[in-house]
Design a protein around this ligand. Structure first.
Ligand SMILES: [Zn+2]
Ligand SMILES: [Zn+2]
Length: 119
């Protein structure tokens, strides 16, 4: 076998090996990452359950440990997106339907912020 052809063959074998190792690395990455992805998905599911409970109760406890007052989710609120003020749910705007800007309400007792949704 001419030395040039042998070098080419060796090069391609090394190339295939590198590709194989890289591919295995990607698979390994997924294998290592999946518990993290699974945990993240279940945490999101749990948060949705918490959010649903908060909405059903209609109240949310203040996050300030010195306060702890239960705050009603119904009240006078101004939408940060369209500026519409209404007496109703603090979680979504009745005018533009925006829920994004209503994710934080403020405690009626200590004025501290209370996060309703976490994601
Ligand atoms: Zn609005
Ligand atoms: Zn408070």
């Amino acid at each position: 076998m001419p030395s040039l052809a042998r070098t080419f063959l060796l090069g391609s074998v090394v190339g295939w090996l590198v590709l194989l190792i890289e591919g295995a690395g990607v698979v390994l990455l997924y294998v290592v990452a999946w518990p993290y992805l699974a945990i993240r998905a279940s945490v999101r599911g749990l948060q949705t359950v918490i959010d649903a409970r908060v909405i059903r109760q209609g109240t949310v406890r203040c996050a300030n440990p010195r306060c702890g007052r239960m705050n009603s989710l119904v009240g006078l609120a101004t939408c940060r997106r369209c500026g519409f003020t209404e007496y109703g749910s603090l979680l979504a705007c009745g005018n533009c339907g925006d829920a994004e800007s209503m994710t934080t309400i403020f405690c009626r007792s200590c004025r501290g912020p209370i996060q309703i949704f976490h994601n």
